[in-house]
Design a binder for this molecule. Sequence first.
Ligand SMILES: [Zn+2]
Length: 291
Amino acid sequence: MLNALTVDVEEYFHPTEVQSGVDIRQWDTLPSRVGDEVSRILDLFESHKTKATFFILGWVAQRHPATIRAIVSAGHEIGCHSYFHRLVYSLSPDEFRRDTRQAVAAIEDACGVTPRAYRAPSYSITNESLWALEILAEEGFTEDSSIYPIAHDRYGIPGAHRHVNVVETRSGPIKEIPIATVKLSNGHVAPIGGGGYLRLLPYRYTAAGIRRVNGDEGQPVCIYFHPWEIDPDAPRLARGVIARTRTYLGLKRMTGKLDRLMDDFLFSSIAEAYPTPLLSSRSVSAAGPTA
Ligand SMILES: [Zn+2]
């Protein structure tokens, strides 16, 4: 079974846990690391002959076009990760539309590709910001991978679909690819999608979760990580114990875990792991903003 591997391309100073301590006006003064990190990721993927989807922050595309072009040249899919990495539910619909257009323009300018898949910063499409899916469809996006069907203090829609589904919005359909989860025997849904969970928990937890979804449920999973997660030497800017644990624990082992994942499972881009057209039996509209 082909699973989706995704990378949210941003600098170490962009995660939500870091932004409270770093002002946006400082961004251009901080040393950049994303170019070297992405090079290492491209080498890692090449050594496993694996393709992936890279969701690009517009701010990064504008400043590092050569890095974005290298991703395209290596044959990977390009998606959009917003321009300023602001939480969608903190924006008005108009602000969200402007940010999205600015990001698409920056990505197009950098590499000539128009992204058609979107991932919100920190999975911030929640019940409060489902209107964003309608705007994305209106702006020409065909895929979104921003919904984490779990309960979390900052993101997630508990009870949302755990597998790919089509959301019917007033502006047309958009394919939603949720982040990977497993259903536990007590009915709870636990995240296995990557990033912090992949870094913080033992490898066997993620591996067992993917096996269960692929085998018992017959469904692919969507896994994600960030370039700064394979870079133990990046400056550590997050403040507070919880934020620092979430952001920095397990960085040294991350590359080894990704290596094992690609040894043990088959991965590719979202476009290849979730090819269109979807079977109509999977098409549902329960999460649509018109509901
Ligand atoms: Zn991000």
